[in-house]
Design a protein around this ligand. Structure first.
Ligand code: FAD
Length: 312
């Protein structure tokens, strides 16, 4: 804020004034449902978010490939029954190259052209990752393998706070560069709660010669305890202020949702003000928070009256 601006001038600049044209791209991440009820919930979320015209929507692959069939079915249903571009997550862990290639080939044959290529985590109870003796060792190897199967659009993971297995920030950036050099066209980040962390990471990545889009992964937090536990495993920092915001709300899911939307929207607005125009939302198969945040960012469902986001 300019220090010599009068209070009246400040009033003329409401925090939520949007530029006349909102240039934004979004993508939404879902997980494959386990039950018919969960499938219903997912499908409602897909339909609610579809009018936001995301660049793509992606479906995760369960640890160790445990959701192989469900991921495949969900991706195929989205592709068949909506106008959305569906992307499939695929991991290396616990499978031979032949098995992974067969899954990828199946996607290619079904017209799925976008893969989020990942190493994956070791199965629960196993400490430390070790590659399958006949498998792709790491995500960079998987990217190379996918490129031999078809001209997939490939996205990979990035870690603003460093992957927990990485020896250093530089080593992690080298790994990201290997994945891009192998043919990935976009990096999607692990979630984070400090925008400065992401912006510094972006600077470092650009200095390291990584020029592809690096899309911030946004997680609207509704269950603080779960996120805290998960963050310890994946190396995402959880600031004290976040824990304080959720203090006393364990039995109050409605307020938790309002807080979640407020925090995530504010995070996106700060990034937007710093020139970030693409976001990847971890929806957890719920549409309402993500829809609200997109609305706050200035996006409007296609066909709706009002300012429409320009999708490039
Ligand atoms: P890699 O890029 O292979 O890197 C893993 C680690 O190994 C890094 O620390 C890297 O620095 C290090 N490394 C790589 N190469 C070398 C080398 N040659 N020498 C030494 N160290 C090296 N998991 C799932 O199971 N299913 C999903 O659907 C899924 N979706 C995800 C989506 C996003 C956007 C993100 C950010 C993560 C997702 N994950 C998913 C989690 C991911 O599988 C884990 O974080 C996993 O531990 C690392 O995967 P990666 O692709 O980043 O691995």
């Amino acid at each position: 804020m300019t220090p010599n601006r009068t209070f009246a001038e400040r009033v003329e600049m409401p925090a939520y004034a949007l530029p006349s044209e909102v240039r934004l791209n979004v993508s939404f991440e879902f997980f494959p449902p386990k039950t018919p009820e969960a499938e219903e919930t997912l499908w409602r979320a897909v339909q609610r978010l579809e009018p936001m015209a995301p660049r793509f929507v992606s479906v995760t692959y369960g640890a160790g490939g445990t959701t192989r069939e469900r991921t495949h079915n969900t991706v195929r249903r989205i592709a068949a029954e909506s106008n959305l571009t569906a992307a499939a997550h695929l991991t290396c862990v616990g499978a031979t190259k032949d098995e992974v290639n067969a899954v990828a080939q199946d996607y290619w044959n079904s017209g799925i052209r976008h893969i989020v290529a990942l190493r994956g985590d070791p199965p629960e109870g196993q400490s430390g990752y070790s590659p399958h003796p006949k498998g792709y060792a790491r995500a960079a190897d998987l990217v190379e393998g996918l490129r031999r199967i078809g001209d997939f659009e490939i996205s990979v993971a990035a870690y603003p706070e460093m992957h927990p297995d990485s020896p250093s920030l530089e080593g992690d950036l080298d790994n990201l560069k290997r994945k891009i050099d192998a043919g990935a066209r976009r990096a999607i980040t692990q979630y984070f709660f400090d925008e400065q962390v992401f912006l510094r990471f972006l600077d470092r990545a650009r200095s390291a010669g990584i020029t592809v889009p690096i899309v911030p992964g946004i997680l609207p937090v509704t269950n603080f305890a779960t996120v805290k536990r998960f963050s310890e495993a994946c190396g995402a920092g959880v600031p004290r202020w976040l824990s304080e915001l959720f203090d006393g709300l364990d039995e109050d899911p409605q307020t938790r949702r309002l807080v979640a939307a407020t925090v995530a929207a504010q995070q996106c607005r700060v990034l937007q003000a710093n020139g970030i125009d693409e976001f990847h939302f971890y929806t957890l198969n719920r549409a309402d928070l993500t829809f609200a945040i997109c609305h706050i960012l200035g996006m409007r469902p296609s066909g709706a009256v009002g300012r429409t986001a320009v999708v490039e």
